[in-house]
Design a protein around this ligand. Structure first.
Ligand SMILES: O=C(CCC(O)(O)[C@H](Cc1ccccc1)NC(=O)c1ccccc1)N[C@@H](Cc1ccccc1)C(=O)O
Ligand SMILES: [Zn+2]
Length: 587
């Protein structure tokens, strides 16, 4: 009689091959669609998405015949549970699943082909045109036109699709009674019953740092645009922060601190080579030849594509690609490093069983993508690679540098937190369609301290103007990433014996740091993510298996002190009125 465990092992070996093959087909269909949006490529992708759901449904049934209580190998039972954890594919109603795919395809199509009109004759795509206007214009009305034009062409056009999308997802995910709603399923990726309250506590711990940055930036922008543009509620207009969603404020750095923001002289290919060089310098992998042959690194001129950047693992251990409409800007150089960070993670775990080829949790994949930017942007590093002529003097240069880092890493925090606060409340049924936009602006105003430059009503659907909402891509992973990457940076700098302040640490060329990082990466999702966190922090003074805001607060400690002094000197109010958002109609 073959033991339960031996039978399970034989089954999992067969499953591993079958799942890699069908995921290859599914991923290829997705790539063909995203790099050439047509009815045919959409139909083909939807077809493979349903084939994959069917495969998952059948294999979940096969795996459920094993009696887990008779198997004491934790690895085997973890793998069997992953075979059975198939999300909405658990629903036998394939008509419903097809409808979900169709709605997602329609919303993605609206978002990726939308052209925002900035006047009666000029309508422009988001990337690179509207993004560049929001980044570079310093004219209040021109910015407002681009901001409103984008939302009218994207979110507003898909508002009618979202209520049904939510209901279908909830019906499919609650079918077998394992999950309360779709938000519950998304959160289950973190394998922690306290995850939701943990991230709320982290956000509250980080709020004072954000509020002090917000107060300083508000004062500088008020000087530039005039006090009449700033209501006495304390909010900042959402469209003058250099980013279409006000999630990254580095583009208005020139207004905030007179400091030459060097646009460096590089080409698209050089951007990718510079990023690759960083990873190889710490002992991590080069990009495979297939990467250079198959990636889409610039926006094609002859067809519609999904421009939002992404990194792809085709599941055959060889084919890894980036799809990005890359342009020559500093912000884009960071995105190149981000996307390549995902590829490095893929390469680190490519020889694991397919089911384990994943981040330890979704925030870890995003954190790995981003951690390099903490070293890459240091003045020391930019000088090493010729992107900066000289390293600015210590403490004055420090504040300018920390301010610039805060404009992306601190400014982002409330945004990274609030998108899934909105989505989870929608999946829970706490926010109904007639208050989608009001709930969105409640969160945007109260947590980010910004307000819309033009009147918003519930005829608008501003959440739909951010890629990840129509794309069905979770967002709390970025909030987790922004906390975790500072924990890892602190630990790796310690392991690398790099002394001095955290914000001046550059792990470039340090293979000890790279090897410690790789020890975590190659774990994939073999173990719960606390063990992966411990793998990096072990033996350092930040040793923990949990998320902690302390390293981020340590990194920005000198800046917070400076901001508090500066805000006090100008008698600048910290914070803004809650539950009072200008230009937003409440029901
Ligand atoms: O969306 C991105 C970058 C794209 C990505 O690399 O995170 C991409 C998003 C995506 C696209 C399609 C399907 C799923 C996710 N994620 C990946 O390519 C990815 C995600 C998980 C594992 C491997 C690759 N960044 C976010 C947040 C962010 C992160 C870092 C700096 C700035 C901003 C944003 O722009 O709002
Ligand atoms: Zn990413």
């Amino acid at each position: 009689l073959v033991s339960e465990e031996a039978a399970a092992i034989a089954y999992l070996e067969e499953y591993d091959k079958l799942t890699a093959d069908i995921h290859y087909q599914y991923t290829k269909a997705g790539w063909i669609y995203e790099t050439n949006i047509t009815d045919e490529t959409l139909a083909n992708m939807t077809d493979w998405s349903l084939k994959l759901s069917d495969f998952k449904y059948r294999e979940a049934k096969n795996a459920s015949r094993f009696d887990l209580s008779k198997i004491n190998n934790k690895n085997i039972t973890r793998l069997l549970r992953k075979v059975m954890n198939i999300g909405i594919a658990a629903s036998p109603d394939t008509v419903k699943l097809k409808k979900i795919s169709d709605i997602e395809g329609e919303m993605a199509g609206i978002y990726s082909t939308a052209k925002g009109c900035i006047d009666v004759t000029t309508c422009l795509p988001l990337e690179p045109d509207l993004v560049n206007i929001i980044a570079n214009s310093r004219h209040y009305e021109e910015l407002a036109a681009a901001w409103k034009g984008w939302r009218d062409a994207s979110g507003k056009k898909m508002k009618h699709l979202y209520p049904e999308y939510v209901n279908l997802l909830n019906e499919a995910i609650t079918f077998d009674g394992k999950y309360e709603d779709m938000g519950d399923y998304y959160r289950s990726d973190y394998e922690s019953p306290t995850f939701e309250s943990d991230v709320r506590a982290l956000f509250q711990e980080l709020a004072p740092l954000y509020e002090n940055l917000h107060a300083y930036v508000r004062r500088k922008l008020r000087q530039h645009y005039g006090a009449d543009k700033f209501p006495n509620t304390g909010h900042i207009p959402a469209h003058i922060l250099g980013n279409m969603w006000a999630q990254d404020w580095t583009n208005v750095y020139d207004i905030l601190a007179p400091y030459p923001n060097k646009g460096s002289n590089y080409t698209i290919t050089r951007m990718y080579k510079v990023a690759e060089d960083f990873f190889t310098s710490i002992g991590l992998n080069k990009m495979p030849l297939l990467f250079w042959q198959k990636s889409m690194l610039v926006k094609p001129i002859d067809r519609e594509v999904i421009c939002h950047a992404s990194a792809w693992d085709f599941g055959n251990k060889r084919d890894f690609r980036i799809k990005q409409c890359t342009t020559l800007t500093d912000e884009q150089l960071l995105t190149v490093h981000h996307e390549m960070g995902h590829i490095i993670y893929y390469l680190a775990y490519k020889d694991l069983p397919y089911l384990y080829r994943d981040g330890a949790n979704p925030g870890f994949h995003e954190g790995m993508a981003d951690i390099v930017t903490l070293s890459f942007q240091t003045p020391e590093h930019l000088k090493k690679i010729g992107f900066l002529d000289d390293v600015p003097a210590q403490n004055e240069g420090d504040i300018n540098f920390l301010l610039r880092m805060a404009l992306s890493k601190v400014a982002f925090l409330p945004f990274g937190y609030l998108i899934d606060q909105w989505r989870w409340s929608v999946f829970r049924g706490d926010t109904m369609p007639d208050s989608y936009n009001e709930k969105w602006w409640d969160l945007r105003c109260d947590l980010q301290g910004i307000f819309p430059p033009v009147e918003r009503t519930n005829a608008d659907f501003d959440p739909g103007a951010k890629y990840h909402v129509p794309g069905g891509v979770p967002y709390i992973s970025y909030f987790v990433s922004f906390v975790a990457q500072f924990q890892w940076h602190k630990a790796l700098c310690k392991v690398a014996n790099i002394s001095g302040p955290l914000h001046r640490c550059d792990i470039y060329n340090n293979t000890m740091a790279g090897s410690r990082l790789n020890d975590m990466l190659k774990m994939g999702s073999t173990r719960p993510w606390g063990e992966a966190m411990l793998k990096i922090t072990n033996g350092t003074d930040g040793q923990t298996n949990k998320l902690s805001a302390a390293p981020l607060l340590e990194y920005f400690g000198p800046l917070l002190k400076w901001l508090q002094e500066n805000n006090r000197m100008y008698n600048e109010r910290i914070g803004w009125d809650k539950k009072k958002c200008p230009n937003v109609q409440s029901a």
